[in-house]
Design a protein around this ligand. Structure first.
Ligand code: AMP
Length: 114
């Protein structure tokens, strides 16, 4: 999709530090990391937010979580623990309207989040 920064990252026209890629999923380090590990896991298909999900996206959402599990393992955080979170809409802090999971690890993560 034009004017989507994450679509441009997938295309490679904006550089990123890629940590995972398969036919449907792309993951890269957050430019403003909030923890020692902060990776964004996104579908290659442009979907703006959870509000735009449809029934036939159900498998894709599972693929995002399986990628999170694999990245956490590769980065060495399986046993220590990690957080996977998806913001939906401005009040929740969503600033980029291309669906993305945040994978965070490497420091104590408090609950509830701010
Ligand atoms: P959210 O606020 O949930 O929409 O998350 C968007 C995330 O994208 C933020 O954590 C930003 O730091 C991150 N971000 C924005 N632009 C880039 C970029 N060019 N490369 C990597 N991460 C980015």
């Amino acid at each position: 999709m034009s004017n989507c920064i994450f679509c441009e990252i997938i295309e490679g026209s904006i550089p990123s530090e890629i940590v995972y890629e398969d036919e449907a999923v792309f993951a890269f380090r957050d430019i403003n990391g909030q923890a020692p590990l902060h990776v964004l896991i996104i579908p290659k298909q442009h979907i703006a937010s959870i509000n735009d999900l449809e029934t036939n996206n159900a498998h894709l959402i599972g693929q995002l979580y399986l990628a999170a599990k694999e990245i956490a393992q590769t980065e060495g955080y399986t046993d220590q623990g990690y957080r996977v979170v998806m913001n939906c809409g401005e009040a929740a802090g969503q600033t980029v309207f291309h669906l993305h999971l945040h994978l965070l690890a490497g420091r104590p993560l408090t609950w509830p989040p701010g």
